[in-house]
Design a protein around this ligand. Structure first.
Ligand SMILES: Cc1cc2nc3c(=O)[nH]c(=O)nc-3n(C[C@H](O)[C@H](O)[C@H](O)COP(=O)(O)O)c2cc1C
Length: 217
């Protein structure tokens, strides 16, 4: 059983390298089912949770990307189309953008897949002045779409968006702590450039980002 799992992980790493390491950039990537029985106990994850700013370039398997995205803001109650993270008035305003070395994708929680937004390496614009971020093979960026709030003034929407991003962010932090990944929540990024790169609407607001890697040895 252990050997099977090991072989599967190796296959996923090979596939992942083929997709992202050699310039083969798929338009859409179907994610494997999230592994909901894996990871440390919640109390252990809380004991481990800490901001880390030392990263390793080694790629993260597609299975772990799948788990991380589902933990962040995936659908956990399909019959109601509800998520692992709560959101004000169930607006589900937070979208997760995933920056790899070769392309940027957006997580489609309903289909549990990644849709390509742009080819190319734009991690530098997320890193801004913190160069250590570029060592991480993947960065998750949270964007709130205010058009999904069907009530409230702009101030209320900012308050809701900040809180909603906080919940998704904490899910990412706890998943990383539970599976020995290094991450740090970051508000710093080149917002104007990223708005252009991602072709965002005026209603979409860049909230927080999370570079993720295996823990440095
Ligand atoms: C909203 C928010 C924004 C943050 N932005 C950054 C950032 O841009 N760069 C950075 O290195 N750390 C950033 N941090 C991480 C904090 O510096 C860190 O959480 C704090 O020092 C406490 O350390 P701990 O997370 O290990 O408990 C941010 C944290 C939060 C909650």
């Amino acid at each position: 059983m252990k050997f099977m799992k090991f072989t599967l992980i190796i296959l996923q790493i090979v596939l992942f390298n083929a997709l992202f390491g050699q310039g083969m950039i798929k338009k859409a990537i179907e994610l494997p089912e999230p592994e909901i029985k894996e990871g440390a106990l919640l109390m252990e994850a809380l004991a481990e949770r800490a901001s880390m700013r030392e990263f390793r370039e080694e790629p993260i398997s597609l299975q772990h990307i799948s788990n991380m995205l589902w933990a962040a803001n995936g659908i956990n109650r399909p019959e109601e189309e509800k998520r692992t993270a709560p959101s004000a008035i169930n607006a589900q305003d937070i979208d997760v953008y995933v920056f790899f070395k070769s392309a940027v994708y957006r997580y489609d929680a309903h289909k549990h897949m990644l849709s390509r937004v742009k080819t190319g390496d734009y991690r530098e614009q997320v890193a801004a002045r913190q160069e250590f971020v570029l060592e991480a093979p993947v960065i998750f960026l949270l964007v709130s779409d205010f058009s999904r709030f069907d009530r409230g003034d702009q101030e209320q929407k900012f308050t809701w968006a900040n809180m909603d991003a906080g919940f998704v962010g904490q899910n990412i932090l706890l998943y990383c702590a539970s599976e020995n990944f290094a991450t740090v929540p970051r508000a710093q990024m080149n917002k104007d450039k990223l708005r252009d790169i991602l072709d965002l609407e005026d209603s979409q607001h860049l909230m927080l980002n999370f570079p993720v890697s295996h823990k440095a040895k």
